[in-house]
Design a protein around this ligand. Structure first.
Ligand code: ADP
Length: 452
């Protein structure tokens, strides 16, 4: 199961990494395409601005400005034939005249911009006047604004150059004497590109978080499920082991009574019955404990408060351990013999379970201290031992139901992994809190804070 989980985990990490890399690549590509588009749009605007500048700066034939625009084109010249008299009278100073055939061609209004541009092109090439940067700047600014680009920029002329530098907003100009490239340097382009790409980047980031998050949550749920499965198996193992001992004791004493004539010996019969009674009491107490945990958990059973002397209550509970030859249990009363409104059964059960554990998980000579201390909001109960201590990794789980720390001699120490979860449930029913501090080889301290 653990192996399969590791495989699923590795697979989900690879999937999450794959999604992440793909999304980052996709966002990068979108950004790159956006940048290329931006350079293309700005370059087109610059080319259009240069065309507009040419048209504006050139003195185009006035016939193009007529209502019905037209162009006169010389079709043929006759150098030896003088101009007709009607024209000669208008050209009195002329040294030499000659006749021509010309055609006046009407320009279709749709073609007018193109014809104007062609004429401007020809004229500019002929005149080859330098570009007035401020005029071109104004035209370019309005052209950019039409494309919703409102960024500060400067125009630079690269003379003696015909090649457009790659990745730049640049357009070659053909009508100047020396070949020139106009370069536009736009400031803060990254801000514009970022604004354009922010929405897809954010969406993709959220998708990454969602997909990676759900994968990891799935992994977490599976891990918890596996842990529960392990705990369940350990509990079944444990309970079978724990039940076998009393059942075999009962069986043996029953056999002795029925088959080996123990009934005829009243003293032996009485001893066997006493043993049976102790074993049955223990089984009964275990069943009662399992039932009580659920009852307190679901609020079916509530604490029964009464005013009691805590010192007497605890000392009475510790009497059970007085005969224990393995160690010393000391009590320190920090409440000065004070009476407290409390559920006696719960306090007794808590003290019993914690001290019982301290003895079960002892390490050499046992020294257990049970302490009560007055606090601002109530009082606290401490059970301090010098036992085996608890591993840091196990600490968060010891209050879980059926959780037993896996140790070599786990079956030599009796238990269902229910003691601490029972204690925690009881503390909770009193609106208190429980905490533990422990060091391997040094011992553990359980602290229970209770309100007054
Ligand atoms: P059980 O004693 O039946 O195993 P508990 O719920 O009482 O179950 O305790 C859970 C686990 O916490 C135990 O298996 C034991 O390893 C560890 N533990 C509890 N109390 C102590 C203690 N005082 N010192 C060391 N280990 C302890």
């Amino acid at each position: 199961m653990q192996k399969r989980f590791s495989f699923v985990f590795v697979l989900s990490v690879i999937t999450a990494a794959g999604i992440f890399i793909f999304q980052v690549y996709w966002v990068y590509n979108t950004f790159k395409v956006g940048k290329d588009n931006f350079i293309r749009t700005a370059s087109n605007a610059l080319a259009k601005s240069i065309d507009t500048y040419e048209v504006q700066q050139s003195q185009l034939p006035s016939s193009l400005k007529y209502k019905d625009p037209s162009l006169s084109v010389f079709m043929r010249t006759y150098p030896d034939r003088p101009a007709p008299d009607s024209i000669l009278s208008m050209m009195k100073g002329a040294k030499k005249t000659f006749a021509v055939d010309y055609k006046s061609m009407v320009v279709n209004p749709n073609d007018l911009p193109m014809v104007k541009l062609m004429m401007a092109h020809l004229l500019s090439q002929q005149l080859s006047l330098p570009i007035k940067v401020d005029k071109l700047t104004a035209i370019f600014r309005s052209e950019l604004a039409k494309n919703n680009i409102n960024l500060p920029f400067t125009l630079r002329m690269l003379t003696n150059q015909t090649k457009v530098p790659s990745g730049q907003i640049a357009v070659p100009v053909s009508f100047l004497k020396s070949p020139t490239v106009v370069v536009a340097v736009l400031d803060d382009t990254w801000k514009l590109l970022l604004a354009q790409n922010l929405a897809p980047a954010m969406i993709s980031f959220i998708l990454i978080i969602l997909s990676a998050g759900s994968l990891f949550y799935m992994g977490y749920v599976i891990k918890k499920q596996i842990e529960l499965d392990d705990i369940k198996n350990a509990f079944i193992n444990n309970i079978t082991h724990e039940l076998r001992t009393p059942v075999s004791i009962l069986k043996t004493s029953n056999e002795a009574l029925t088959n080996f004539g123990a009934l005829q010996d009243p003293e032996r019969a009485d001893r066997y019955l006493q043993i049976n009674s102790v074993v049955l009491d223990k089984l009964d107490a275990d069943i009662e404990r399992i039932l009580e945990i659920t009852q307190y958990e679901h609020g079916v059973k509530l604490p029964r408060y009464e005013v009691l002397n805590v010192k007497d209550l605890i000392e009475e509970t510790l009497q059970i351990f007085a005969l224990n030859e393995h160690g010393v249990v000391r009590f320190e009363d920090g409440l000065n013999d004070q009476d407290v409104n409390i559920d006696g059964h719960i306090i007794r059960t808590i003290v019993f379970n914690l001290v019982d554990n301290a003895l079960k998980y002892a390490n050499g000579e046992v020294m257990i201290v049970v302490k009560t201390v007055a606090t601002d909001k109530g009082w606290k109960l401490l059970v301090i031992d010098n036992g085996k201590g608890i591993n840091k990794a196990d600490l968060p789980f010891i209050f879980d139901k059926f959780y037993r720390i896996q140790q070599e001699n786990i079956h030599d120490i009796k238990g269902y992994g229910l003691g601490l979860s029972y204690v925690k449930q009881l503390v909770k029913s009193l609106n208190g809190t429980i905490a533990v501090e422990s060091k391997i080889g040094k011992g553990s301290t359980f602290t229970i804070n209770l309100p007054l």
